[in-house]
Design a protein. Structure first.
Length: 195
């Protein structure tokens, strides 16, 4: 397998895992807000914080990538996403709206890495093959879109066994999958080849 194909497969796996993580947490975040505050009117706020975190994270991680390289930038986003997922678990357990919102914003940084992986893949190929490389990583996000919500029930069982709300299960899934996404980024011994 060529270096480009192997690295594209690695980016594909990271994006699928990261999207699974993000969507697992976002799917339950509206229910978590209602459980914490008793107000359904605030249900969209955590998802909006995640989207804001994605926008800010994309900008900041791009600056980091320009200075330190793609791998450290992508990993930084996934690490912040995992920390954000941990914060959202704590928010459910402690009933803290502010911790939930901060955690969702940090999860957005992980989702920013998912988005940036598309362009990392595209940059490895000549112009006539970039669209195909980028579309492969977009397709990985589709896998995560299906897989993330389907893991809520098993994640909820784990958190219920701990005596926590089953809604913490989505964030627990996010911790595991964001961490896995970070560990699946290209290694330093696999420099991303120029197109």
């Amino acid at each position: 397998m060529s270096v480009r194909r192997r690295l594209t497969a690695t980016l594909f796996a990271g994006s699928a895992l990261g999207t699974t993580a993000y969507l697992a947490a976002v799917t339950v975040s509206g229910l978590v807000v209602e459980e914490i505050t008793g107000q359904a009117a605030l249900a969209g706020v955590p998802a909006a914080m995640g989207t804001t975190g994605t926008a800010v994270g994309t900008f900041l991680l791009t600056l980091g990538i320009a200075r330190r390289g793609r791998r450290p930038g992508l990993i930084a986003g996934y690490i912040l996403g995992a920390v954000g997922a941990l914060a959202t678990v704590a928010a459910v357990v402690w009933g803290s709206l502010w911790l939930l919102l901060a955690g969702m914003a940090m999860l957005g940084f992980g989702h920013a890495s998912n988005q940036l992986a598309r362009y990392t893949a595209a940059e490895m190929f000549p112009a006539d093959r970039r669209a195909s490389a980028l579309s492969m990583i977009v397709w990985a996000g589709t896998i995560g879109s299906v897989l993330g919500p389907s893991l809520l029930e098993p994640g909820g069982r784990v958190t219920t066994d701990q005596g926590w709300s089953d809604l913490a299960g989505g964030s627990l899934v996010a911790i595991v999958f964001m961490g896995a996404a970070g560990s699946s980024t290209p290694s330093p011994s696999d420099p991303i080849p120029p197109n």
